[in-house]
Design a binder for this molecule. Sequence first.
Ligand SMILES: [Zn+2]
Length: 425
Amino acid sequence: MRKIAIIVFLVAASARAQVTVIRAGTLIDGTSSTPRKNQTIVVRGSRIESVGGDVAAPAGATVIDLSNMTVLPGMIDAHTHIFLQGEDPAEGGYDIQLLKYPLAYRAARATVAARRALEQGFTTIRDVETEGAGYGDVGIKMAINEGRIPGPRMFVVTRAISTTGGYNLEGYAPEIEVPKGAQLIDGPIEARKAAREQLANGADWIKVYMTHRSWVDKQGNLVSQPTLTVDELKAIVDEVHGWKKKVACHAYGGEGMQRALDGGCDSIEHGLDLTDANVAQMVRQGTWLVPTLSVYYTHNEPADTPGGKRDRKRVAVHGPSFQKAMKAGVKIAFGTDVGGFSWSDPIAQEFARMTEFGMSPMDAIRSATSRAADLLDMTGDLGVIAPGAYADIVAVGGDPLRDVSVLKDVRFVMKDGAVFKPAAQ
Ligand SMILES: [Zn+2]
């Protein structure tokens, strides 16, 4: 009996100390401004032990040869929705998700979405609300962390918060009570209570909608309806910061954006129409921008309709707004709103939009690695290939600094030191 116990112990110990050596032809480590050639990465258990050009492979290590590839940290998408599936109008759009689909069906599809993120090399996501699926994100995260289903590390926000008149579903007879895609509050007391409920039930971040409807006015400006008051938002931010967590705010521009900044949001999501004053305030307060550029190019309504004019105006103002923020030194983290577009589309299409508007490929990669890790308070743990970091490592075939589109074709994925997608030989 004793001998068996010792053997079991040794097997368990060696499984814990599993050592893998990766030979990287080119290494982009997530923080450095230049890549390095012919690097060796030693992974012990779930963490990176050492990285360098003259690192010897420990005896008995499993060697993975990526010498003809570019190796990068596992990427981070800081704005996803695993409980949305592209909202294709031909498939019933948004409303059908809440009105006709059982939660188990939505959870099943969320499981596939989570797997899709990992397959594409996104080893971490901040999933910014379940759109009527309650605390489903907490459940999916639990199943991933227990190793029951494959998926990225998840930072979840649960239900999100808006106000009466500030979120879908809308447009039904007032006599009919329809479900809402977010938790609606009115007044600072309800606002704080909603934040407490969500935090108590597993939210890592709190998501707030600071603008809702938008349209083009007579002068041709994009106008967005504000939702929470500054007092309502401040109650949420105060509560969440007390828990040492952060608040992500959906905001397009105008009054709602001003309230988002005055109320102390930690990250502005989308930020379609930032003024110079908004940008200056973001720099002063250290507010992050998660721009989600590419989603606004999908599913636009016909050009000659009010909705179509709005959709085109959103696209027209977004690029210059992003450029303004970038030039002023606003902290920018990569986010896509995937789920707002189909999970079968490449998440990494966002890189081409960021570089089209003047961000360098290396900065775009850093926004999806070390910078996004900073946003998540995971500096040094995620988004970097360096000793001590989690062994979340991906590889692509070409040179992403010459052509960011190669990031759409991730050939190797390791998460937590375990290979999820082996490199095709
Ligand atoms: Zn979103």
